[in-house]
Write a protein that binds this ligand. Structure first.
Ligand SMILES: C[S@@+](CC[C@H](N)C(=O)[O-])C[C@H]1O[C@@H](n2cnc3c(N)ncnc32)[C@H](O)[C@@H]1O
Length: 407
């Protein structure tokens, strides 16, 4: 570990020279976003200050490009701790060459993932497929690498039966749902969701994003936060030898990690330091609303599910979500505007048929009852009906209104 005077810095210098000055094993994560061999000169002007930023991504030959990167990769390996990891960001221009070089420097056995960072782009008139992803190679220094497993929500298209029911193999080796002696489907213990995959859908910064600082090829902080959280803990040190506007440093600081940024451009270094003082990070609508942006639920239903900390379920008439209790999942149905309470009970009973839930809940949102059986469900039900807070308030205020009308 570096002493505290040598971390949380952004230095101006050459990536290789500065890495050589760092002690072996002192870094927990190296993230590199070097020139991509795009053979372009990148330039952009900051909307806020009018300052022009540029960097050159032109090389005479591929050999020249690899001559810049390969020694940096070797130094990156040296400065990494035994449980450390490296993430190398590149794209279609040189990804195939860089992966070979990474295999040579880090060893094929330490290849962990090729992350596809995908984002939405507006079409251009170019002939061919619209390019809408970049590649990030994740290698570890050894097999003792740190890894914090993340889980994502189930897709709205997931069949809830798949989430809930335990599977077993029968005598013929076929997979089927496990049943108890009463023939009921055995429910699985609470599941955490789907482990994070290697395809990451994180929006590129839009031209109006608060976080955008005018640096060409600036990456979103959200992308770096995800990488940092995956392989480091609080207090660990992250180095970015081509830090540009300092996105990695901002992400590391926001997550209580130490950082060390290097860039050969003085303008970039000054900008990175300014961003570290200001710490402006955009809230991504897509990331924040995530899968909910595909939700078929209305605002009230979403807010009730959120207040219950429930896992939303889509495309199911009888179950809107599950709440977790002691490792069990409890189905919740929210009474729709045009539904009677009895209809809601019938629907949740129907959706739960054959599944041994420990409880079932209907959240009552209006006082509509069935015409013929007001407020009464015909048949046995153990569904608990809980009036939604807004409805309780309405009911509590009703006598007041009635007395005012009577006067
Ligand atoms: C793709 S940009 C990094 C962008 C950065 N990730 C961000 O979000 O702003 C690449 C950076 O590498 C820097 N660079 C190029 N060659 C370098 C070298 N030999 N040593 C240090 N920095 C270098 C450039 O100045 C440029 O800022």
């Amino acid at each position: 570990m570096l002493d505290s005077s040598r971390v949380d810095l952004v230095v101006c210098g050459d990536a290789l020279v500065e890495l050589e000055a760092l002690p072996s094993g002192s870094m927990n994560l190296v993230y590199l976003d070097p020139p991509f061999f795009s053979q372009k000169s990148h330039g952009l002007t900051s909307r806020e200050t009018g300052q022009k930023y540029s960097f050159d991504d032109r090389f005479d030959t591929l050999e020249d490009y690899l001559a810049l990167l390969v020694p940096v990769l070797r130094e990156a390996r040296r400065v990494l701790s035994e449980d450390g990891s490296i993430f190398l960001h590149c794209d279609r221009y040189a990804s195939h060459h860089l992966r070979e070089e990474m295999d040579k420097v880090f060893g094929v056995e330490n290849f962990q993932s090729e992350i596809i960072w995908t984002y939405r782009r507006w079409s251009n008139s170019k002939k061919g497929l619209l390019n809408s992803h970049q590649n990030i190679y994740f290698y570890s220094k050894s097999d003792a690498f740190k890894f914090n497993q993340f889980f994502t929500d189930y897709s709205p298209a997931t069949n809830i039966d798949q989430i809930l029911q335990e599977r077993a193999r029968n005598a013929l080796g076929r997979c089927s749902y496990k049943r108890n002696e009463a023939g009921e489907v055995v429910l699985a213990k609470e599941k955490k969701g789907v482990p994070l995959s290697d395809v990451w859908n994180i929006p590129y910064l839009n031209p109006k994003a608060k976080e955008r600082c005018g640096y060409p090829t600036q990456k979103p902080v959200a992308l770096l936060q995800r990488i940092i959280e995956l392989v480091t803990d609080k207090g660990d040190v992250v180095v970015d030898p081509f830090c540009g506007s300092g996105t990695t440093c901002v992400a590391a600081k926001s997550l209580s990690r130490h950082f060390y940024g290097i860039d050969k451009s003085e303008d970039a270094v000054l900008l990175a330091r300014k961003r570290l003082d200001e710490m402006v990070i955009s809230e991504s609508q897509v990331l924040a609303s995530g899968i909910e942006s595909f939700s078929e639920k209305d605002e009230l239903e979403n807010s009730i599910l959120a207040s219950l900390n429930a896992i939303p379920v889509q495309r199911n008439k009888g179950i809107d979500g599950f709440i977790r209790r002691d490792g069990c999942l409890i189905p919740v149905k929210i009474q729709k505007e045009n539904e009677t309470i009895d209809d809601a009970i019938v629907l949740i009973e129907h959706a739960s048929r054959g599944k041994a839930f420990v409880a079932k809940i209907v959240i009552q949102t209006n006082s509509r009852h069935n015409l013929f059986n007001p407020g009464e469900f015909l048949g046995d039900t153990d569904v608990k009906v809980i009036p939604y807070l807004g409805l309780q308030i309405e009911d509590a205020l009703k006598p007041l209104e009635q007395s005012r009308v009577a006067k």
